[in-house]
Design a protein around this ligand. Sequence first.
Ligand code: ATP
Ligand code: MG
Length: 500
Amino acid sequence: MEMLKMTDISKSFFGVPVLKHVDFSVEQGEVHALLGENGAGKSTLMNILAGVYTRDSGTVLFNGEKLEHTTVKSSDAVGIAFVHQELNLFNDLKAFENIFLCKEITKKSGMLDKKAMIKKAGELFESLGVEIEPTMMVSELETGKKQLLEIAKALYANAKLFILDEPTTALNNEEIGHLFTIIRKLKEQGKSFVFISHKMTEIFTIADQYTVLRNGEFINTGKITETNPHEVTRMMVGSKYCEQEAYETRECGEPVLELGHLSGHGFSDVSLSINKGEVIGFTGLVGSGVSEMFQTIFGVLPITGGTLKIRDSAVSMHSIHNAMKKRVSMIPSNRKENSVIQDFTLLENCYVSEHTLSHKIQHIFSRKENKKFCKLEKVLNIKSNSPGDMITSLSGGNQQKVILARWLNTKADILLMDNPTQGIDVGAKAEIYKLINQLAKEGKTILVNTLEIPELQQVADRCVVFYHGHLQTELSRDDMSEETVMLWATNAINSLEVAK
Ligand SMILES: Nc1ncnc2c1ncn2[C@@H]1O[C@H](COP(=O)(O)OP(=O)(O)OP(=O)(O)O)[C@@H](O)[C@H]1O
Ligand SMILES: [Mg+2]
C-alpha cells in the first residue's frame, strides 16, 4: 500500500529552481533511500513534506489524504517525524526535556511529571541501546550522543513515516547497528522510513527501495536488490564519476607537532611525534578522546598534563588565537554548533579565520577576496549562487565545503580535521581525499579523525587508534585493515590476547 505519494513537486528559492517536477513515493513498511549529490534537493523535498518549506506546485498524498498548506505542526499531526540533517536540540535543556518538549507528561494537577518523563526517557534510551543519562544537560553530550538523542526524540513520536536525513554522520558502527535493529522492528509494525545518507554500505544494508535525484530532477527509482553501489553512484553524479585510489607515497620532513605524555579532558598520556607533510589518521569509537585531543591542540580545551610542542616551540598558555597564530587550523565535528556562523554569508564564513588573524575589521570584502573565494569555490566544487548568499541557504555538504575553504584560505600548515567529510557526497569525498593528498605533498601536516576506515586508507600514512582516552596502538598503512582497526578500537584485541 502506498503511504506517501508526492507528484510533480517544484520549488525555487529566489527564482532559482531547486526541485523540478519531482515524483517520490513510499510504500507502507518500506525503507526508502533518497539519494543524490550535495545540493541535489533531498533535504528540500523532505522539508516540503514536513511543512518546513512550502512547495511552488505539485501534490502530496499521505495515506490517501491530500496534504495542503502543510505546516510543521500539521505534518507532525498526521504522523510524519523528521530527524533533520543538522542537530536540532536545545543545549540548555536536559536530555529528557528535549524528548518531551511540547509533549510533556503532566500530573493530574497540571504540574509537570518529571519523574515519569525521566523514567520514560531512560526506557527509551535503553531500548535504543543508547548510553545517555536522561538528566544530563544536552550541552555536555558529545556529538554522536546528541545525534542519538535526536533520533530517540523522533522515534518517541508515534509516527507512521520517519524521515532520517543523514542520521549517522557521527555514529559508530555499533550505534548504527542498534539504529538499524530498531528501524527493522518498526518496519515490521508497518512504519515507513525515508533514509538519506551518503554512505553506500548503510544504504545497501537497510534500504528496500531507492530514488535518485540529480540537480533537482527525478532520475530513477527501483528496488535496492536490483542495483549496486556503482550504478547508483553513476545515477547520482552522471557521467563525471570515476573511482580511483587517491593515496600516493610521499616523503615526510622533520617533526612539527610533538606530544609528550599529553593529557586533557577526555584523554591522557598521549605521546606522539608527527612530521611535516604527513597525513596521520586517528580513529576510535565515539568517546575515544580523539576529538577532545584535537580541541586541546587547537586551544579550545586546556592542557592538563604533559607537553605540546608546535614547530620546536613548547606551548604553555594555549588559546585558539594562539594556535591560529602558530598556523594550526581545525575543522571541528558538528558543523552547525562549532563551525558554521549562521548569520554570515558564504564569503564572511570563508574569510572569518583569515580576518581574525590579520585583524582586518572594516571593509573586508574587496574584489580580490571575491575572486579568491571563487577560485576556492571551483577547487571544492561548492554549489551556490553568489558569495553574498547566507551560508544557511547552502545544502549541508556544501556548507561543509565552505568550512574547508575557510582554512585553505589561511596560511595554516598543520590541519586538524575532525570528521571532515561529514555529509559530503561520494563524488566530492573523492575530491577531498585528492585534495588532502595534494596538501600533504605541498608540505602541510594533516591530522584526520574519522570513523570510516576506507577514508583513512585513502589518505593516511599511518593510523593511531584510541580507546577510552588512551592511545591503544599505532598501525602502519599496511596494517590499517578494517578488521585490525576495529579489534583495537573496541579493545577486543586485549580479550583475544587474554584468551590465548
Ligand atoms: N533556504 C534556502 N534558500 C536558498 N537556497 C536554498 C535553501 N535551502 C536549500 N537551498 C538550495 O537548494 C538546493 C538543494 O539543497 P538541499 O539542501 O535540498 O540539498 P541536499 O540534496 O539535501 O544536499 P546535501 O547532501 O548536501 O545535504 C541547494 O542548491 C541549496 O543551495
Ligand atoms: Mg541535505
